[in-house]
Design a protein around this ligand. Sequence first.
Ligand SMILES: NC(=O)C1=CN([C@@H]2O[C@H](COP(=O)(O)OP(=O)(O)OC[C@H]3O[C@@H](n4cnc5c(N)ncnc54)[C@H](O)[C@@H]3O)[C@@H](O)[C@H]2O)C=CC1
Ligand SMILES: O=C(O)CCC(=O)C(=O)O
Length: 388
Amino acid sequence: MQYIHCLNNISKYGTDLLPDTYELTEEFDKSTGVLVRSAAMHDMEFPESLLAIARAGAGVNNIPLDRCAEEGIVVFNTPGANANAVKEIVICGLLLGSRGIVEGIEWCRENADDENIAKAAEKAKKAFAGREILGKKLGVIGLGAIGAQVANTAIDLGMDVYGYDPYVSVGAAWRMSSEVHHVTNLDDIFRECDYITIHVPAMEGTIGMVDAHACELMKDGAVFLNFSRDTLVANAAMAAALESGKVHAYITDFAVPEVMRMNGAIVLPHLGASTAEAEDNCAIMAVRELVNYIENGNIVNSVNYPACDMGACPAGGHRVAVMHKNVPNTVSQITNAFGEEGVNIENLTNKSRGDFAYTLLDIDQEAPEAAIAKLNSIDDIRRVRVVC
Ligand SMILES: NC(=O)C1=CN([C@@H]2O[C@H](COP(=O)(O)OP(=O)(O)OC[C@H]3O[C@@H](n4cnc5c(N)ncnc54)[C@H](O)[C@@H]3O)[C@@H](O)[C@H]2O)C=CC1
Ligand SMILES: O=C(O)CCC(=O)C(=O)O
């Protein structure tokens, strides 16, 4: 039996896909697989039984990726599965930053008991007048699954779109409208655009990238949208820019105390991916990744181990997975360990990613205990698993 623990609410469209030999468990300490959304995992201890963590979503800054790699735990995410949901809320954010929608709604609520509200509204509405997004310049920082969709939809809405992403993938580039202007200097986005939206992961190199220098460069009355992570924006700089009127509105999906104290911030409680469709898509993809890894040893969409796919375990066949450091001589030690026990390797894939590597082997007989023990005694090997 394989035990799967959910650290957050995971759509049943995903968990219903778990085979009969899997059981959902409340006990984290006996889990083979974990499904998670935004739960903070950095301070958690992981049980020896844990093989993989699947993040039903895109951002993995809540998971200690390097420590997991060291402990032989594969971490997956679900690229693109919630991108449409975020794109739609970003378009909503553009309008919230352009029109007095929030203030107008508040005014109506405050005057709900006024019998003459219709007449009063006609007088009051001038305080909530705004501007249109048609023809305005939108800067998109990060053109991955979400950024590319936001850029395309903004083009369809008649905006003039500028995109910045020095690491854009070929797939995302193909999916993006040719009308998106390619920007190679981030400062140009801050300097030129009326609206700016950021869609990059929170990691070393992006945390704090919207700082005082960026705010200073912005056009007077710019609107800034952050549906990625709170840490990308230096809060003190944004608060000052809002205070001075340099930034007209800061639309963010992250309710942290510093942001809640900002005048001019429109704050949502991390709603970007909270649609039934996105939750189902993410859960389905996450469960498929987890089961494929546990059953076949295949790694698809991992963020800390290399991709490796040898298809389904051959019927009646034998497969062993070895997770190890990406250092010289390891693959030969693995093949020798089997060779010395008279085992023939029928298929072998070795892939590496940064400091770690993964070797998947189909062998002609049940893995001898002596070979497994030998592999487990090698320093640079992190985990050996008999898959089938
Ligand atoms: N508010 C919410 O509920 C959600 C928030 N997110 C956040 O949005 C982020 C982006 O999500 P996806 O588009 O799905 O990810 P993605 O991985 O498809 O795209 C990220 C893009 O950022 C680019 N990038 C990385 N460093 C950059 C830099 N320094 N400057 C410019 N571009 C850079 C990458 O090349 C990539 O194209 C996630 O990492 C997550 O933090 C994602 C989904 C839901
Ligand atoms: O699961 C969620 O609601 C959060 C989604 C998110 O932030 C992400 O996918 O990065």
